[in-house]
Design a binder for this molecule. Sequence first.
Ligand SMILES: CC(C)(COP(=O)(O)OP(=O)(O)OC[C@H]1O[C@@H](n2cnc3c(N)ncnc32)[C@H](O)[C@@H]1OP(=O)(O)O)[C@@H](O)C(=O)NCCC(=O)NCCS
Length: 151
Amino acid sequence: MSATSGTPVVRAITPQQVRTLRHAVLRPFEPPEKIVYHGDEAADTLHAGAFLDERLVGIASVCREPMPQGREPEGWRLRGMATLPEVRGRGFGRALLEACFAHISAHGGQLLWCNARVVALGFYAHLGFVAEGEQFEIVPIGPHFVMTRRL
Ligand SMILES: CC(C)(COP(=O)(O)OP(=O)(O)OC[C@H]1O[C@@H](n2cnc3c(N)ncnc32)[C@H](O)[C@@H]1OP(=O)(O)O)[C@@H](O)C(=O)NCCC(=O)NCCS
């Protein structure tokens, strides 16, 4: 696929690369070098980057992590799902999630979960995620639901 066609191009990137966009889109209140999540450096973690004309415009990371309360001990967790405002609605988020689904399936995983911001519930539902349990707050970000996606 051509990187200049305007179609999403997704490839694996480094933990350092994801931190810039995590900071810009998700956690502007924290310096990029401090935005380190559990599992970021694990060998089978995927940091997916979406590129438009060789510019990094979206990110998503998946790592092995059971769901809260020890449910789904073989589960995988999605973190740092973000696309730049100027490319939203063009399929970059979907392409990133599809790369994550493929990575998890290739590693024998069957369940992906995340703490979904309420503002992003529609996006996740569109990609087959289901909300579970009660809404909860993550300070200072706002309201969330746990969402799951069976693979
Ligand atoms: C949520 C986010 C990653 C979506 O990225 P995106 O690049 O706009 O997603 P896509 O263009 O691939 O959208 C995929 C599909 O979901 C739909 N969609 C996207 N956002 C949606 C929303 N908020 N509600 C309902 N549907 C939505 C799109 O219309 C598209 O549908 P289609 O495939 O039928 O055309 C992006 O809006 C974002 O970064 N938001 C800010 C950060 C954030 O809240 N991240 C989630 C943290 S939990």
